[in-house]
Design a protein around this ligand. Sequence first.
Ligand code: DGY
Length: 435
Amino acid sequence: MKDLQNNAITVLNNNWKDKFSIPCAKLYPFQWFWDSGLIAIGFAHFDMPKAEKEIETLLDAQWSNGFIPHIIFHTETDTYFPGPDFHRSDLHPQSSEKYKSTGMTQPPVTGFVLEDLYRISKDRDATLKFIESVIDKVYKNHEYFYNQRDPQDEGLVYIYHNWESGTDNSPIWDDIWDTMNPPEYTFERRDTTHVDAAQRPSKREYDHYLHIIEIAKQNNYNDQKIAELSPFLVQDPLFNAVLLKSNQSLIDLYRIIGNKNNNDKIHQLQKWQDKGTKAFNNKLYDEELGVYVHYDLRNEKLLKHISSSSFAPLFANLPSEARAKKMVDIMMEKFGNPDQYLCASFDPTSDRFNPKKYWRGPVWVNLNWMLYYGLKQYGFYDIAKRMKQDTIEIIDNNGFYEYFDSRKQEHKNGNAGYGGHNFSWSAALFIDLLN
Ligand code: DGY
């Protein structure tokens, strides 16, 4: 295990680009929002200055309205599509003057990441000083979400693009693609020159992805216009669970900092937290399936599919004990078969399940990491242990891949790792799980 841990450190150091990390070479050559946060957790175990710099750089790209983009294009390269010239973040009047970026965001991990840095730190006073220097920016990001992404003032925020969910080509989105008929765009994919096309989204899926961006661009990325016009408008249980988890971390950290001037912010965060937790449990829980699901705000209906996002609320301590028990029973029944590794990204018993294709079935280390902590928090120690062991085993079998086949039999030859190789968050969260 020591060797593997050293390899993980090498992966992170090789993907470090002076002030931020790339998720992996070739396929993802810039800084991604939620990758960046999760990578900082890995660095915190052996190089706190890099962990802090990673977060500082991410927050340096924040827009003046509090928004943080999903990709920050630090360098010019034509090996990625769609790049800055397609996204045109400059169309938004409050976008960063310093960095080119996308005009969409990603699950807001920064709040809980700051708390993880504090948990891991061997010099908590110094780490707290760092946290104090950045925490208001993270607060401002949450303020953006609640002020701009919650048109009906429900306490739940929307995402307007599948790339904002982080679970890019989940079969859940098929229901939304069925409501759209975008033009056939002409463009040159780059991802499929780096990775087998069988492991990536289809051309037709990309037409949908680009079409939503075209609509947002026609409206200069104005949030109100997007809420009115985007064919994709979803309250996502993973995204909202991450936001609520981060709210709680900000409350806890402001309390530890203990400056009276922050009391108003604590009060506001608590209001978002109470309202959000209630709305989350009322609106996103499906009694029939016994898990949390996505809500399609555009078409006003639940998207009734079970994915690894359905269990993410455990991480944010949102379900009651009774609901948590039911959810975990369902997880074990559908995803926990002994011939499967925990936890497939989509229901293995569904006919939309595809164990090779990105978010349509493969196991992802970031979700396993969240579920591990969530299960432990609710006292499901044995299943948490399996979640951790499965995660370590799939990496041990194959290396630090982006995602992995969930079927154990596919791992015999050590080539059940898919997507990008030497992938940063797989390495970072592996280090955290071992320590
Ligand atoms: C990609 O290019 O597939 C990225 O995941 C988008 O965020």
